[in-house]
Design a protein around this ligand. Sequence first.
Ligand code: GDP
Length: 140
Amino acid sequence: MAIQRTFSIIKPDATKRNLTGKIAAKFEEAGLRIVASKRIQMTLAQAQTFYGVHSERPFFGELCEFMISEPIVVQVLEGEDAIAKNREVMGATNPAEAAEGTIRKEFALSIGENSVHGSDAPETAAEEIAFFFSGLELVG
Ligand code: GDP
């Protein structure tokens, strides 16, 4: 497997509870390198665009309001098979179904307030990285 980059968000429920460092440590322990990182607060328009694929889902409004409720930490993670590895470290969307040792099992509050986002495919990873980071911020 080749070295890949993936996009991650430490979500409002986690930044609010001061879990940024603990979550970053999970990435690093799994062999993922944090090659870019910044703390921001999204606008509603940004959240609606970022989660546009879910616009028809019943939880869309709730999801966007949650994502703008507090600052988030957006990161680019790099490593061998990074997209799949990050999904593994994150755990299932619903923390009740997440495996032991995963971020969502340890830290998530609910299916909505589930502490982290991670890209699900190479195309979405590239799009999501470009949505939040300029080339100048990606030194590797
Ligand atoms: P992910 O790739 O594991 O993050 O999951 P999805 O792409 O299916 O969903 C995106 C995000 O929408 C999830 O991480 C949750 O924050 C939120 N979400 C998904 N399902 C629900 C739900 O049933 N209720 C609420 N409130 N939020 C949800």
